[in-house]
Design a protein around this ligand. Sequence first.
Ligand code: FES
Length: 181
Amino acid sequence: MNQPTSAIISEELIDEIIGKYQNKPGFLLSVLEEIQEKNPLKYLPAETLQTVAAKLNLPYSRVYGVVTFYSFFNLRPQGKHSIVVCRGTACHTKGSKQLLNEIGHSFGMNHQDENSEASFTTADNQFTVRTVACFGQCAQSPVVEVDGKIYSYVNSQKLLKILENVKKNGVQKNFSVNTSR
Ligand code: FES
């Protein structure tokens, strides 16, 4: 599989993005968001954060603090497809930890530590699995999101179908599973 050869955004592109948002509300957020979007691996490497901090004359800690505060920023390379498991209370009580373990197992990851929350990208950069605190859809728990599509009342059988489909067909266009209990 082809992998992007570089995940570092050029200084020229950073300058261009900074120029685009200069003096606009939410300037730093917008700059970081677009830089991440332009990165083929959808993340913000430390080198990029250092470049942004230097160009904006801001302390590195300020830029790093913004990136770590908002969950949509990534400090590590992301896979082509994303699988997000809700680990909020409602989903937890309906078995989301088990789903997370099954997803890990399906990708050959063995989570021995029951207290750890999985966040990993497969070696071929095709899938990133991570958790979220709540999707705001607690009444339909447990909830799993795949490539931006929400699946409700997920159980092991549904999960298996979802994973089989995303591995086989990639993006979830017309695929659906029964979303009732
Ligand atoms: S706890 Fe999972 S959607 Fe709220």
